[in-house]
Structure formats: C-alpha cells, structure tokens
Design a protein around this ligand. Structure first.
Ligand code: SAH
Length: 463
C-alpha cells in the first residue's frame, strides 16, 4: 500500500525536455502564462498569454508544477503586442510588456474579480484605473551589479541564474534614474571597486539603489555594500556629485549578504543629506533610504484621493493609519478629520513620519513605532473607538489578530488598500465574518504598469 502511494505520487504528468502543444489557460500573479497539464498540475510559461496556442518545451519539472518555454506560437492572442523588449521578459521585470495596455488593465480587473469569486464574495470589481503614459513611472529602483567580461555590469539576474543580463533601459523607471545608474556604475568601474559575486561570495558592491523625487527632482544614491568601507570613498563621492547635479544624498548602506536580502539599517552618509524630499498631494515628505514610499507617485496621488473619498471622512472622525510608512496616508487626510493615529514597524520610517508631521505643520496626528497587530490590541485594551481604519499592509496582508482587534473596536468604515488581491480577498472573508459588509465596488488602480502587480482599494462598513 505504502509503495503504491509513493509510486502514485512520483508519476508526474510531464517529463523534462518533453515537447507539447497546448492552449494557455490563464496567467499567474507574476505574469507567467499557465498551461494546465491536468487540473492539478500547472506548467508556468513566460511570455504566454491566455488563449494562445503554443508549442512548448518542458524545462523544469517539480512535484506540484513545472516550467515550460515557448518554442513556437501557433495562435496569437489579439491582445499581444510586439514591444521589442524581450529582455524585460527574460529578466522578469516587466512580464506584461507584450500585452497591450488596455488588456493589462482588463486582466488585473479580472484577476481581482476571480479571487473574490473564489472566496464566494459577491462584489463588483471596477475597471482598473490606468495611466495615460504607462512607462518610465517608477521613482525608485535597486539593481544588482557584477563584474562580467572585465566590466562592471548593471542589470538583472536572469531568472534563477547567476548570470547578469546587462540592462540600460528598464522601461518602467524614471529615465533620469536609468541614466544615474549608468553614471554611478561607470564611476565605480573607474575606481575598480569590487562587486559582490554570488558564486565566489565576496566583493563589495551588491546593489545600486536610486530614488528621485517626482516633483522635487532630488536624487538619492545608495551604494549597498557587502563591506563596511569601500576604497576611494572620497573620490567616488566627488565624481558622483559632479556628474549628477541633482544629487542630494549619497549613502553607503553596509549590508552583508549573509544577513540581509537587500538593504540593512546601517547607513553612512558619504555626501549631502540623510534623506530626500518630495511632495504628494501638496504635502512635503522626507524619505530616508529604508523607508517605504510608493513607487508610482502619479498614481499614488490618485490612489490616496480615491481612498479618502471612499472613506467619507468627517471632521469629527478619529482615524487609524496602519502600516503607515512615512505617514503619507494619515498626513494627506489629517486636515479633514479630528485625529490620526499611525502605526509602523520600521524605526526609520516612523522617524520620517514624525518629521513629516512637523514639515506639514500637522498637530492632530501621532505616529507610533510598533508591530501593527500588537498596537491594535493595545488600542483595543485602551478602549479606543476609531471611526475609520486605513490599512495598507505589505503583500502578506493582515493577521487574524489585527482583523479581530479592528472589528472589535468597531469602526464605522475600514478602508483596505492592498498590493496583493490574494490576501485582500482572503482577509475580506474574515472581516465580513466579523460583522462587516463590503461597500461598493472594489477598485483596482494600476500602480505597476507592465508588471502583473495589482493595487486595489476595498471599503468595508459595519453591518
Ligand atoms: N501606507 C504607506 C506604506 C505602505 S507599505 C504608504 O502608502 O506609503 C507597508 C508598510 O507596512 C511598510 O512601511 C512596512 O514597513 C510596514 N509594515 C510591515 N509589517 C508591519 C507590521 N507588522 N507592523 C507595522 N507596520 C508594518
């Protein structure tokens, strides 16, 4: 019996290097096409759009799913466009670049709708609000560097490899950011600075991160390094400063690979200020290297406006801004309400939020450094009665304990801003089970054109 079970489990419906012809059934949240070999066994295929008929090669076979590669496209989707930017698909940084923009918006709406339907929630999902010019929109990027063929190369690691594909035009970054990466990289090359090599596991520079204020045009350059110091710091700083006239802040972030995935909290300012400024809806924001700040400033203004409108704020309201980052949501609504209470877990972000209150002369808001679920419990114990709760969590969504504390405090409205519809729809079930109904349509807002990420707003009201 035992043996039979083992055999049954190891018989997979595809073989490595097998060639197949099939229709593409769906698209995964990361933008890869899905071909269901059996209802339980999907193959993921890059640059394959739903409805297309493809000849594919199976390139990876895992226990529960596999990967395929398009050999030939036999029937093309009417929504396909040739962006002539195949390198973005290989890098995985803009997986939807070959899908017409209108179709990208429709796809995101459908994805959100499907996830709510799967949870048995009957709700209308509005048409995704898109950008007029859905390119070169990002105000921040972080790119790896590596010495390859005697040059310091910047670009993107080919999916699942240690091969760095050189990239100069990222298509989604502010074009000035793309240029700044090349400038910084060339300066580091000039001084022969080592780069962290993932195979050899040594070398200095791991990433170059750049932020640029959309309105302010202030530039921040962060050199993310596996070593505490780099050679020629002074010369490098002078060169960067000279060649990037918009530079306001140059930071060395000491981030040993063994301990940190990307940035660490260890910053040393090599030149200029510790942070840059930008404005959002007319408010000033100080943005430090470790603080989360929405990457699409044009769409963020729209997103916050819509969220505030849907929240139907009143001058008597006490409002919670949870997962508040540097306080952007709370600060942009503070003038309409009685009191804002914010909570955020990254110390640098809370410090920025406090400076941002002063910079905007806001006296009716307060930002607390804490884990959001823990702080919610505390508020509940203190018998706080908020009228509106904004939550804007990371991709993993809310915890049950936060949802329970929220609904126990019984706010009139919960405004959920989500960057992941999978966790939004999951959390919606729990919020609704605790006596709330979803109010009006869920609204997707395209913060991330050319990628498969979906941002949406959902409002819950007490039944
Ligand atoms: N509302 C902000 C930030 C949203 S991003 C904006 O729109 O700019 C999500 C934020 O949640 C990040 O700043 C992250 O640091 C914070 N965060 C993550 N886990 C948290 C937790 N357990 N408690 C509080 N904040 C958390």
């Amino acid at each position: 019996m035992y043996e039979v079970r083992i055999i049954a489990r190891t018989v997979l419906p595809v073989k490595l290097n097998q060639e197949l012809t099939s229709y593409v059934d769906d698209i995964r949240i990361d933008g890869m096409g899905i071909v269901y070999i059996t209802p339980e066994y999907p193959l993921y295929v890059a640059d394959a759009l739903p409805g297309e008929k493809i000849k594919l090669l199976v390139i990876q076979v895992d226990k529960y799913s596999g990967y395929g590669k398009v050999l030939k496209r036999l029937e093309r989707s009417v929504d396909r466009q040739n962006s002539e930017r195949q390198y973005l698909i290989d890098a995985g940084t803009a997986p939807l670049v070959n899908l017409k923009y209108d179709a990208q918006l429709a796809l995101k709406q459908l994805q959100v709708q499907k996830l709510f339907t799967k949870q048995n929630i009957d709700v209308q999902v509005d048409v995704t609000i898109g950008m007029d010019q859905p390119t070169y929109y990002r105000n921040k990027t972080i790119v790896p560097v590596k010495w390859q063929n005697k040059h310091l190369t910047s670009g993107f690691y080919k999916r699942g490899t240690h091969e760095l594909v050189p990239m100069d035009d990222y298509f989604v970054n502010d074009a000035k950011i793309d240029k700044a990466i090349i400038t910084v990289r060339n300066i580091l090359e000039k001084y022969q600075i080592t780069a962290f090599d993932p195979d050899l596991e040594h070398g200095a520079i791991r990433y170059i991160m750049i932020r640029r204020g959309y309105y302010s045009h202030e530039l921040m350059v962060v050199l993310v390094s596996n070593q505490k110091n780099i050679l020629h710091e002074l010369e490098i700083s002078n060169d960067i400063c000279q060649q990037l006239p918009e530079l306001k802040s140059l930071i060395l972030n000491y981030s040993p690979k063994k301990e940190y995935v990307l940035l660490s909290p260890n910053n040393r300012t090599l030149w200029g200020d510790n942070a840059i400024h930008d404005t959002l809806l007319g408010y000033n924001f100080i943005i430090g290297p470790n603080s989360f700040y929405q990457v699409n400033p044009q769409m963020t203004e729209l997103l916050y406006d819509l969220a505030a409108e849907k929240a139907e704020l009143k001058s008597t309201d006490t409002v919670i801004d949870a997962y508040s980052g540097i306080g952007t949501i709370g600060i942009s609504v503070a003038h309409r309400v009685k009191k804002v209470l914010g909570v955020e877990v990254v110390p640098g972000a809370v410090a920025d939020a406090q400076l941002n209150l002063q910079a905007n002369k806001i006296t009716n808001a307060e930002y607390i450094l804490a884990d959001a679920p823990a702080q919610f419990k505390k508020w509940q114990a203190e018998n706080l009665k908020p009228d509106v709760v904004f939550v804007d969590p990371p991709r993993r969504g809310l915890t049950s304990s936060l949802i329970k504390a929220t609904t126990d405090m019984s706010p009139e409205r919960i405004v959920y801003i989500s960057c992941n519809p999978v966790t939004l729809s999951r959390d919606a079930v729990e919020i609704m089970a605790n006596g709330y109904r979803i109010d009006g349509p869920v609204l997707p807002v395209d913060q991330f054109p050319q990628t498969s990420h979906v941002e949406s707003i959902a409002v819950f009201r007490k039944d």
